[in-house]
Design a protein around this ligand. Structure first.
Ligand code: GLV
Ligand code: GLV
Length: 323
């Protein structure tokens, strides 16, 4: 019998054509609204494959209702929405999309870093709101980027790609990671640092770590107090690795100078959130990997992973938990 695949968001038909040739594909009809939990729980009952978004929770409850399910292909490199242990118990292979999004995400991280340092969004708003009356010597004056110290927390593929960009700006690169990244040290001159010493030294603290039980709230009041008063905090990892109340207080009290945020504990972040009231905060709607080219490649990789597992072959990018 032809296998069934459920896709939890509306994706361009063109991108999923290859999958449609080997499976009966059903897709949630909305592009900007997540599939309701009850619809997903209904659909998994007959599905052999799932193509999920980072906003879909794949847990024991869901997997217990999916007797035929072989593969969950998540349209993201992060996988904190997936219970890996439950997948193992139910013989479901979880897959993510590493590599294809590395350079695109590093581009966004650097753009966010520069936008925060040079106050681009604030300056743009100032001008468009008609506030620009006169040129001034310190009008929208921000922080230099070149020759500054960037401290990268989470030196995996994306961190290394960010370090490569930083090198082009003659930045001093320090990093913290669970394990040493020898490649980044020898090729990019990145220097390994303890977490606290990185916080004390970096002009730009860039967070790229995934969310786990261990990294939850890692950036807390204590961490922000250690940073320089002139430091800018860039987050493109996961929102819940940050204590957002502590971040807000640190910004309000001038413990740090600003923040560039692409991820939040609650997504979408409510419009009334205190962090969004601060002009020294640049906030983006989780668009790290959002270039048209890369999103197409991520979808294509998800389809290939599903096609392979449904054919009884090894997927290209099963989630590697050893990293
Ligand atoms: C985005 O945050 C991803 O994990 O791909
Ligand atoms: C993500 O893929 C990372 O390794 O940084």
């Amino acid at each position: 019998a032809i296998p069934k695949v459920f896709i939890t968001r509306r994706l361009p038909e063109k991108c999923i054509k290859p999958l449609q040739q080997v499976a009966e594909v059903k897709m949630w009809s909305e592009e900007y609204k997540p599939v309701p939990r009850e619809v997903l729980l209904q659909e998994v009952q007959t599905s052999h494959g799932l193509l999920t978004m980072l906003s879909d929770r794949v847990d024991e409850t869901l997997l217990a209702q999916a007797p035929q399910l072989k593969c969950v292909a998540n349209l993201a490199v992060g996988y904190d929405n997936i219970d890996l242990e439950a997948c193992r118990l139910h013989h479901v292979i979880p897959c993510n999309t590493p590599d294809v999004l590395t350079e695109t995400t590093a581009d966004l991280v650097f753009a966010l870093l520069m936008a925060s340092g040079r106050r681009l969004i604030e300056a743009n708003d100032y001008l468009k709101q008609g506030k620009w009356q006169e040129w001034g010597p310190f009008l929208m004056a921000g922080a230099d980027i070149h020759h500054k110290t960037i401290g990268i927390v989470g030196m995996g593929r994306i961190g290394t790609a960010v370090a490569r960009r930083a090198q082009g700006f003659a930045m001093n690169v320090i990093y913290h990671n669970r394990r040493r990244n020898v490649e980044a040290e020898s090729e990019l001159g990145a220097r390994f640092c303890g977490f606290e010493s990185l916080l004390e030294t970096a002009d730009f603290v860039v967070n790229l770590i995934p969310y786990t039980e261990t990294t939850k709230g890692l950036f807390n009041q204590n961490a922000f107090t250690k940073m320089k008063k002139t430091a800018l905090f860039i987050n493109a990892g996961r929102g819940a690795t940050v204590d957002e109340d502590a971040l807000y207080q640190a910004l309000l009290e001038g413990e740090i100078a600003g923040a560039g945020l692409d991820v939040f504990s609650q997504e979408p972040i409510p419009k009334e959130h205190p962090l969004l009231t601060l002009e020294q905060v640049v906030a983006l709607p989780h668009i790290g990997s959002a270039s048209v080219e890369t999103r197409k490649q991520m979808i294509s990789l998800c389809c290939k992973n599903l096609m392979r597992t449904l054919a009884g072959e090894k997927p290209i990018t099963p989630i590697e938990t050893s990293r």
